[in-house]
Design a protein around this ligand. Structure first.
Ligand SMILES: Nc1nc2c(ncn2[C@@H]2O[C@H](COP(=O)(O)OP(=O)(O)OP(=O)(O)O)[C@@H](O)[C@H]2O)c(=O)[nH]1
Ligand SMILES: [Mg+2]
Length: 712
C-alpha cells in the first residue's frame, strides 16, 4: 500500500443509533473504494467489520472495528462503532482518535438514544460531525421529517448537502446541492449517472441551495461579506465555507445513502475526502501531559497512542494505535512512556476488520495496529527513546452505571473466572471488576445489562465455563450519632500467667471540621484515615498513669478490629472519636492481648448505646428521558427513595437530577429502558454516605441477625 502523508489521511468514526447501518456503511465504503472485493452483510453473518463470533451470533456490533477506504488519493480510516448505549466506552475511545464523526441516521426512525449519545460525546470532545441519512430505500423512510427533528435538536447548523428525490422502496436518486446535479443509481448500486436537476425539482433545489450557501458563508468572514454583497458564492467558495464550517462545528452537513444498496456511498467518500479535516487541520487536538499539543508532524520523534486492545482468536493480543507524531516503520523499537518497558513494533498493519495489510511505514495521523506488544494497554503512549516521558492525555471512559455480583457456578472455576474477567476488563475499559474483601463478592461494574451479558456470552460460548450474576451486596457503613461511655475488664486466671486489662472509654461522632475537645483533657491524639472512607480519632485522655502508654497501641488495635466488623451488621464503621480516659493494670498479668480485648469490648459496648446507625452509599444520578415520559420516570424514581434535586430540559428531553441510594439502583438500566421504550439513559456518580431510614435499618438488622444465626 502507498504510504499516505498526514494531509492525505482522514479519520472518521461511524457512530449513531443502534442498527442504523454503521457496519453496513463501513463495509460499503471499503467495497466502493476497492479495498475489499466482496461485500459481506450483517444479515448473512459474513460481515467484514462485525466479524467476531459474538457479533455474528447477535447480528449487532459489540466492539469497534477499524476499516479503511482509499479514495481520491486519500486514506479514510473508518472506525465502525457499536450503536447500543451499553457500548459507549467504544464510542468514547473512537472519538478520541478521529477528527470527524459521521452520525448515521436511520431515515425511518430519526434521532435515537445512540444519536443523542454520539452528539453528547462529540460535543464534549469538540469533534466535528456530519450526518449520513441512511436506509432511504425503506418504505417508511421520511427525510423531511427527520430533518425537521434534527433541526429541532441540533439547530440550524444542520445543512442539507443532498436530498432524496424518491425516498422509499424505489429510492435511486438524490439531488446534490453542492454540485447542483442529480445522482441516479443503478439497481445494484455503485456508480451513479450524474444528471441535470429535473424541472420538477428545480425550485426546491434552488431554495435549499441558498440555505446551503448561507450556512457555508458562515464558515469564514470573507465569504460572509461576499455573500452579503452579492447574494451567492461560487462552487469553490461554497466548498471552502463547508470545509471550514465542518471543522469548526458551525456546519453539520447531511448526506444521503442506502448503505445496503450501495447508493450514495461513493459520493459520500468524495465529500469526506474533500471536506473532512486531516489530523493536522483539526481544531480539537490532543495534548501531551507536559501541556504540548500533538502536532502530527512527521518529522518529530515518533509517538503512538494505544486507543484499543483486543484479544483475537488465533492471533492473540492486538493493539490499535494512532500515530500522534513522526513516522513509524516496521521493526521499530519504542518505549512505553509509563512503564519504561521496551517494545518492538515487529509488524504494523492497516486493518479491514479482521484482515490486516502489512505496512512498511506509516506517518503521523494514521491509524494502525500491531501485535505481540508485551505490556501496552489502552491509553499507553509509545515513544522513541528521545521523548520517552511524554504521554498523550488519556481517554476518559464513562463512569459505569450498572453493578452486579458474579460467581462461578462451580467453585473450582473461581480462580479461572476471576482471571478471565480481569482480562476482559483490560480490553474493555468501560467495565471494571473488583474482588471485594469487604463484601466477599466479585463485583462487576459496566454500562448496562447488555454490556454485562456480553461477558456472559464469552463464558458460555468461548470458555465454556458457567457463571451467574447475583444481586450485588451493598457496602454499608456504621456510625454513631451521640456520645456514650463504657468500660470493660478483661481478666483471665487459668493456671500459669493470667491476663488483665481494663479500659474506660467514651466515644462520640466525628464530623469534618469539628474541634478536637472532650470532657476529658486530651493528652495525645491520632487521626486515622480509614481505607474504607471516613475517620477514626483516637484520643489519649488517661490521667495519673492508670494505663501505661505502651498498651495504647493494643487498645487501638482492638478498636480497629471492631471498626472493621461493625457491631450492627458487620459492615465497616467510620467517623468516630474514641477517648480512652481511664483503666487499670495488673503489675504481673497485664499484657497487650488483654488490653486489645478490653479495648475491643469496651468499644463494642459503647457503640451499642451511642445511637448507632447504618449508612448507605448515595449516588448523584442524571436521568434523561423524552419529555412525555417524564412522569413515569419520576414515579419510578420516587419508588427508589430518590430525592429529586432539580430538572432541566435539553431539546425535547428532560433531565432529572436526583440522589438515590445505591441499594435501589440494581437493574435500573433495564427498568428505565422498559419505562421509556429504550429512549432514556442515565449516568451516576458516587456522592456520599447517608443514614438509612429507620425501616431500612430495621430490615438490615433483621437480615444480619438471620444471616449470622445460619452461620452458628
Ligand atoms: N433497507 C436497508 N437496510 C439497511 C441499510 N443499512 C443497514 N441496513 C440493515 O439494518 C440492520 C442493521 O445494520 P448494521 O449495519 O448492522 O447496523 P449498525 O448501525 O452497525 O448496528 P450496531 O452496530 O449494532 O449499532 C441490518 O439488518 C442491515 O441489513 C440500508 O441502507 N437499507
Ligand atoms: Mg455495527
Amino acid at each position: 500500500m502507498k504510504v499516505y502523508q498526514t494531509s492525505e489521511i482522514k479519520n472518521i468514526a461511524l457512530v449513531g443509533g443502534a442498527k442504523s447501518g454503521k457496519t453496513t456503511l463501513a463495509e460499503a465504503m471499503a467495497f466502493e473504494s476497492g479495498v475489499i472485493s466482496r461485500r459481506g452483510s450483517v444479515d448473512e453473518k459474513n460481515s467484514v467489520s462485525d466479524y467476531r463470533d459474538i457479533e455474528i451470533d447477535r447480528k449487532n456490533s459489540v466492539v469497534s472495528s477499524v476499516m479503511y477506504a482509499e479514495h481520491s488519493d486519500k486514506k479514510i480510516n473508518i472506525i465502525d462503532v457499536p450503536g447500543f448505549a451499553d457500548f459507549q466506552g467504544e464510542l468514547v475511545a473512537a472519538l478520541n482518535v478521529v477528527e470527524t464523526a459521521v452520525v448515521v441516521i436511520n431515515a425511518q426512525i430519526g434521532i435515537e438514544v445512540g444519536t443523542e449519545l454520539a452528539f453528547k460525546h462529540t460535543d464534549k470532545l469538540g469533534i466535528p460531525l456530519m450526518f449520513a441519512m441512511n436506509q432511504l430505500d425503506t418504505e417508511k423512510a421520511n427525510f423531511d421529517e427527520q430533518i425537521r427533528e434534527m433541526k429541532d435538536f441540533f439547530g440550524e447548523k444542520i445543512t442539507i448537502i443532498q436530498y432524496p428525490v424518491n425516498a422509499g422502496v424505489d429510492f435511486d436518486s438524490f439531488v446534490d446541492l453542492v454540485t447542483k446535479k442529480m445522482y441516479k443509481y443503478p439497481k445494484a448500486g455503485g456508480k451513479p449517472e450524474i444528471l441535470d436537476i429535473p424541472e420538477t425539482e428545480k425550485a426546491k433545489a434552488e431554495e435549499l441551495h441558498l440555505t446551503l450557501v448561507e450556512n457555508a458563508a458562515a464558515g469564514a468572514d470573507d465569504l460572509m461579506e461576499k455573500y452579503f454583497d452579492q447574494g451567492d458564492l461560487t462552487i469553490e467558495e461554497v466548498r471552502k465555507g463547508l470545509k471550514l464550517g465542518l471543522a469548526s462545528r458551525s456546519v453539520f452537513p447531511v448526506l444521503c445513502c442506502s448503505a445496503k444498496d450501495n447508493k450514495g456511498v461513493g459520493r459520500m467518500l468524495e465529500f469526506i475526502s474533500n471536506n473532512v479535516p486531516s489530523p493536522d487541520e483539526a481544531i480539537a487536538v490532543k495534548t501531551l501531559t507536559n501541556g504540548n499539543k500533538v502536532t502530527y508532524n512527521p518529522k518529530s520523534a515518533p509517538t503512538l497512542f494505544v486507543f484499543k486492545t483486543s484479544n483475537e482468536q488465533h492471533l492473540g493480543e492486538i493493539a490499535y494505535m494512532k500515530i500522534m507524531e513522526g513516522e513509524v516503520t516496521e521493526g521499530m523499537d519504542v518505549l512505553n512512556s509509563k512503564s519504561q518497558s521496551k517494545e518492538r513494533l515487529s509488524q504494523i498493519f492497516a486493518n479491514s476488520g479482521k484482515t490486516r495489510t502489512k505496512l512498511d511505514k506509516a506517518v503521523a495521523g494514521d491509524i494502525i495496529s500491531t501485535i505481540k506488544l508485551k505490556d501496552a494497554k489502552t491509553n499507553s503512549t509509545l515513544t522513541s527513546p528521545k521523548n520517552a516521558t511524554d504521554t498523550v492525555t488519556p481517554i476518559v471512559f464513562p463512569d459505569p452505571i450498572y453493578t452486579t455480583g458474579v460467581r462461578a457456578i462451580e467453585t473450582t472455576d473461581e480462580e479461572k473466572v476471576g482471571a478471565l474477567i480481569n482480562e476482559f476488563c483490560q480490553h474493555d475499559r468501560s467495565m471494571r471488576v473488583e474482588l471485594s474483601r469487604e463484601l466477599k463478592q466479585t463485583i462487576i461494574k459496566g454500562m448496562g445489562e447488555l454490556h454485562i451479558n456480553t461477558l456472559k456470552w464469552y463464558f458460555d460460548n468461548q470458555h465454556k465455563i458457567g457463571i451467574e450474576f447475583v444481586t450485588p451486596k451493598i457496602p454499608y457503613r456504621e456510625t454513631i450519632t451521640k456520645s456514650a461511655e463504657a468500660s470493660y475488664r478483661h481478666k483471665k486466671q487459668s493456671g500459669g500467667a493470667g491476663q488483665f486489662g481494663e479500659v474506660y472509654l467514651m466515644i462520640e461522632p466525628y464530623y469534618e471540621g469539628m474541634s478536637n475537645q472532650s470532657k476529658y483533657p486530651i493528652r495525645g491524639s491520632e487521626t486515622h484515615e480509614l481505607s474504607w472512607g471516613g475517620k477514626l480519632v483516637f484520643n489519649n485522655c488517661i490521667v495519673g498513669g492508670a494505663i501505661d502508654a505502651r498498651f495504647l497501641p493494643a487498645i487501638l488495635k482492638g478498636i480497629m478490629e471492631k471498626m472493621e466488623e461493625g457491631p450492627l451488621t458487620g459492615s465497616y464503621a467510620r467517623d468516630i472519636v474514641v477517648n480512652v480516659f481511664d483503666g487499670k493494670m495488673h503489675p504481673v498479668d497485664s499484657n497487650e492481648l488483654a488490653f486489645k480485648l478490653a479495648g475491643r469490648n469496651a468499644f463494642k459496648e459503647a457503640f451499642k448505646n451511642a445511637g448507632a446507625k447504618i449508612l448507605e452509599p448515595i449516588y448523584d444520578i442524571e436521568v434523561e428521558v423524552p419529555a412525555d415520559m417524564m412522569g413515569g420516570a419520576m414515579t419510578d424514581l420516587q419508588g427508589r427513595r430518590a430525592i429529586v434535586m432539580g430538572m432541566d430540559s435539553e431539546g425535547r428531553n428532560q433531565i432529572i437530577k436526583a440522589q438515590v441510594p445505591l441499594a435501589e439502583m440494581y437493574r435500573y438500566s433495564t427498568a428505565l429502558s422498559s419505562l421509556t421504550s429504550g429512549r432514556g439513559w442515565y449516568s451516576m456518580k458516587y456522592k456520599e454516605y447517608q443514614q438509612v431510614p429507620t425501616d431500612v435499618q430495621n430490615a438490615l438488622l433483621k437480615a444480619y441477625e438471620e444471616e449470622t444465626k445460619d452461620e452458628d
